[in-house]
Write a protein that binds this ligand. Sequence first.
Ligand code: HEC
Length: 409
Amino acid sequence: MEAYLQDFLNMLLRWLHVIAAIAWIGESIYFVMLDNSLRPPRAAEDQRKGIFGEMWAVHGGGFYHNQKYATSPDKLPDDLHWSFWKAYTTWLSGFALFITLYLANPEFYLIDPAANWAWAANMTGWQANLVALLFLLGGWVIYNELCKRLSPNMERDGLLSVAVAVMMVLVAYLSTQIFAGRAAFLLTGAVMATAMSANVFFWIIPGQRRMVKAMKAGETPDPLDGKRGKQRSVHNTYFTLPVVLLMLSNHYSFMYSHEHAWLIMTLFIFAGALIRQFFVLMHAGSIKPAYPVAGVVLILLNVWIAAPSGGNAPAAGNDAAAMEAADTGPDLEQVHAIMDARCVQCHAQTPEHPGFTAAPAGVVLESSQQLLSQIAQIKQVVASGYMPLGNMTQMTDEEREAIAAWQAP
Ligand code: HEC
């Protein structure tokens, strides 16, 4: 019952999280588009009023005329539209989801018993939780310091971008060395998503509040507040595509259970940023196909790196015995015996494992038909070491080799 309720809560949080994220990212993409689409105002009167740019749009059966003021408008209305709850709701629901799934089950989801670094492989549950939280916090602190130190007056944007890019490569690398692959991808996405929300919370919104306050008091707002808000929202724009991918990566174990998962992750992050750059420039009126082409090249590189033969299968290769096993392969009965011993505690219609009330990921491994219809998936997750989760059921290397050699009849 408890596991069921936890599952239900998880589902509701995920629903909220996705809705909030769609609303936030949608609005954020919209405003970057709007800002980049502004053209000098046509009406002389608008120019006199201090309008810096305008955009005409048709949507939902009506016509819209957006105008941006270069400086402060003569009078600010009280019912200004602010954008922050969507960002906060996305982060809060995401963090709650992270607690109910990862922090509630660190042995399953955070710890990688086969991690390269022994201390990471040997973490206890609460140590892993603490390290995960420090990882998130550390990501924000370092990113924020980079922005403050390298660009105190919002200059040297190029240098700052390079520094943030290098930081993300390091985050991707460290996460995969410390945590289980699935958690590593999620945490790297969460480092970026936390930076995005914290940018809104600590810089963009407070800066805008100061600007509004100054304008209402008839003073000139500090231009640095406006520039900083802009700089941080530009960063957010380049984070969006990679973050969405990393959040979805959960469903694709070929991405994160690979031995070079950090490289796969890094290439995807840069691919997302490059593709975003194309749209940012396009709205400003400049079509630069080189960006999406470069992004697609990185993705194709990943197709090649992540391919099952690209080093992620166990050493069922060169020696004679393994060659022979690969020729004949185990019969279905032997496969059943392995599944019963190592998998069915969790992957049953009604799992015996207390942590599950239904078959995880909907994968049931009881009948012959179920095994045969999921042969490719089973081979992949066993070869990569992703299953059994945390190798809880202590599957042996011989059993993994047998599964690798298993052929569909
Ligand atoms: C301790 C419980 C547990 C054991 C034991 C276990 N699994 Fe899983 N398995 C899970 C969970 C939880 C998921 C869902 C993880 C996710 O969403 O990525 C999962 C997901 C899967 C998936 C779907 C993966 C995907 O990419 O969607 C397959 C296939 C799978 N397991 C096969 C196996 C096989 C084969 C074994 C035995 C060698 C096994 N599992 C042992 C808990 C377990």
